[in-house]
Design a protein around this ligand. Structure first.
Ligand SMILES: NC(=O)c1ccc[n+]([C@@H]2O[C@H](COP(=O)([O-])OP(=O)(O)OC[C@H]3O[C@@H](n4cnc5c(N)ncnc54)[C@H](O)[C@@H]3O)[C@@H](O)[C@H]2O)c1
Length: 326
């Protein structure tokens, strides 16, 4: 059986490895960082209990992971290669060129980039028609969304192949039809993030207060409806039209700033100290497990109503006959 290759195994690369292993694939990973293999295997151990609750493929095993000593060793013979190196454009352009030379001619090659356009990333690749941006969300092994973006040189067949493959490993591939900086989701998230930085910078609220402003209200709705359909309901019987009439004038008020504030030392300290206080005595690993347990239960609740990530979960379980561990 051919294998999947994962290049760069930090937060996101490790998440891809976990998802691929849980779906029964063999994975060869490579990362030049110090102690990278130990960190990767620890991340897989943290992810595995949640993946068991979601349901593992019959042949899924953590033992199907091999850590390669070179990039070429990982890419050779792979049917799918996902690049997850740090978000630096020049580095990714050269790395993807190297991957393209080491990979089989017919391999599907993806990049997790949060913001760069595929046309830029594929410029030095050999056979660039097999490249897509495949932008996932953390934790990659649980959240189904992956934005699939083709560049000027990407073939339609590659887009179709990527959409089918990501669906097969339990994801919801969203084809981003026009390449723009930040794709779709990060454009939305970045707007909220910039506003958070302003509110902390101006001393209006703490990081903890701003997180409450999301988790106790809008965050609950976002899991299954998104902003547009939610606002349609906010308009009462006449929906979006009434909502726009009522709140349209507010668009002229100075409610948002959008241009980010200067990231100076004081702001960095406030963000770091604020989130450390929120985390309390809990380690990152403990918080990851808490997050994973909550996500699995939310998706299971949503599957009953066949909406959002719950619909993806239910269809995936039915298609591959995977059963959640009791
Ligand atoms: N963190 C997120 O929430 C998130 C979400 C979606 C997409 N992304 C994207 O995923 C990519 C990786 O982000 P991350 O958060 O996992 O970063 P990270 O810092 O956790 O991991 C990056 C890894 O790349 C390795 N690396 C360094 N140089 C490399 C090279 N030349 N070749 C291969 N690997 C190399 C590092 O050793 C490290 O393990 C970025 O493009 C980022 O924009 C991140």
């Amino acid at each position: 059986m051919s294998h999947a290759a994962v290049i760069g195994t930090g937060v996101i690369g490790a998440g891809w490895v976990a998802r691929l292993l849980a779906n029964g694939h063999k994975v060869i990973a490579w990362d030049p960082g110090a102690d990278a293999e130990r960190k990767l295997r620890e991340s897989i151990d943290t992810a595995w209990p949640a993946l068991e609750k979601v349901g593992l493929a019959a042949n899924a095993s953590k033992d199907n992971l091999h850590f390669a000593s070179t990039l070429a060793e990982a890419c050779e013979g792979a049917f799918f290669i996902q690049e997850n190196a740090p978000e630096r454009q020049a580095m990714k352009v050269d790395l993807l060129a190297e991957i393209s030379r080491a990979a089989p001619e017919d391999a599907l090659i993806g990049s997790s980039t949060s913001g760069f356009k595929p046309s830029v990333l594929q410029q030095k690749m050999t056979a660039p028609q097999r490249f897509v941006v495949s932008h996932p969300f953390n934790p990659v092994y649980l959240l189904p969304l992956v934005e699939v973006v083709g560049g000027e040189q990407t073939s339609n067949a590659t887009i179709e192949r990527a959409m089918a493959f990501f669906k097969d490993i339990g994801m919801h591939p969203l084809h981003v039809r026009n390449e723009i900086d930040g794709h779709l989701s990060d454009r939305l998230l970045e707007a909220v993030w910039r506003e958070i930085l302003h509110l902390v910078n101006d001393g209006v609220a703490t990081t903890g207060e701003l997180d409450q402003a999301i988790t106790y209200g809008p965050g609950l709705r976002w899991a299954f409806m998104g902003t547009n359909l939610t606002y349609h309901l906010a308009g009462g019987e006449t929906g979006m039209r009434h909502m726009l009439e009522q709140f349209g004038p507010a668009l002229k008020l100075p409610w948002t700033k959008l241009e980010a504030p200067e990231l100076n030392d004081q702001l960095i300290d406030r963000m770091v100290e604020g989130t450390q206080e929120q985390a309390g005595d809990h380690s990152i690993r403990e918080l990851e497990s808490l997050r994973d347990n909550c996500l699995v239960r939310i998706m299971e609740a949503l599957s009953e109503f066949e909406v959002g990530a719950g619909k993806v979960l239910a269809e995936h379980r039915a298609r591959h006959q995977v059963e959640p561990a009791q």
